[in-house]
Design a protein around this ligand. Structure first.
Ligand code: BV8
Length: 233
């Protein structure tokens, strides 16, 4: 695909872009939600009700990610290459909490649902790099009266991160590419309509057509490590 005709590209990725790096998706078979109820482990209410359960859900994913030495795959690398060679403006918005886009060399990234390898002080919102377990006994070092640290994760019902920047870029985009997402979580699943409302061309790349595939101008089905490099080359 030639990108020279475009001036501003916005890319949205979901769990499918990291699947071939060995990271579980949410809604595929043997996905993360198969073994946990979303309400119990990815909501503020769930955290208040049983903080140990929620902390362990993310501790386990952090341990798997760090000990498993997860590496970027060809899809992550192709997106970093596209950003590098594109002479217009490029924004990568990811729903993923892993750092594989960063490892692949992508630069302009917004983690709209948070980051697994960071903890957050709920009082000051200060972030700290975190490669180990977070326990209820872990307190911040930034407040006069220390607060219990939480995972830097956006739970259901919480405001996603960077939305003002994301909507600004979508309002000026002329190309929107969605990769590896089921299109079931909002407001991310509504981004395609935002882009289309300003005349952007929209492409969905996914293992199978998503719930919102009909909103896209073009749908390309296949594994991310195959269809993304093919699109970018
Ligand atoms: C909010 C935490 C208020 C991190 C997650 C309308 C408007 C606004 C909100 C709502 C609305 N309707 C409902 C809501 C509320 C809610 C929501 O969307 N609920 C759903 C369940 C209906 N949304 C919220 O609460 C959001 N906050 O709305 O705040 C607000 C309102 C408006 C404006 C501003 C603020 C907060 C949402 C964030 C929740 N946190 N996770 C974590 O644990 O990781 S969501 C969770 O789902 C993950 O973040 C994940 O990224 C996200 C989406 O999942 P996907 O990435 O798509 O993964 P999934 O497994 O579903 O699909 C994988 C896809 O990959 C599949 O299609 C598969 O075919 C494909 N695939 C698999 N293998 C491959 C592949 N593709 C290519 N190659 C492969 N190899």
């Amino acid at each position: 695909m030639s990108f020279h005709q475009y001036k501003k590209i916005v890319v949205l990725t979901g769990a499918g872009v990291s699947a071939e790096s060995g990271i579980q998706t949410f809604r595929d078979t043997d996905g993360l939600w198969e073994n946990h109820k979303l309400e119990d482990v990815a909501t503020v209410e769930g955290y208040k009700k049983d903080p140990e359960l929620v902390l362990e859900f993310y501790n386990q994913r952090r341990r798997d990610f760090c000990s498993g030495h997860k590496k970027p795959n060809a899809a992550h690398l192709a997106l970093a290459e596209l950003e590098e060679k594109f002479d217009g403006e490029f924004l990568l918005v990811t729903q993923n909490i892993d750092n594989l886009h960063e490892q692949a060399g992508s630069k302009n990234i917004i983690h709209m649902h948070g980051e697994l390898l960071k903890s957050r002080c709920p009082t000051s919102n200060q972030l700290t790099e975190c490669f180990n377990d977070i326990e209820t006994s872990n307190f911040c070092h930034c407040c006069q009266y220390p607060s219990t640290l939480r995972p830097h994760i956006v739970w259901f019902g919480e405001m996603p991160l960077g939305l003002d920047i994301i909507y600004h870029h979508l309002s000026q985009a002329d190309l929107f590419i969605s990769i590896g997402t089921s299109g079931t979580v909002y407001p991310a699943a509504g981004f395609v309509e935002e882009a289309k409302s300003v005349g952007a061309f929209s492409i969905e790349l996914n293992l199978e057509a998503s719930e919102i595939h009909s909103h896209f101008d073009q749908v390309i089905c296949g594994k991310a490590t195959s269809v993304v490099p093919d699109l970018v080359k």
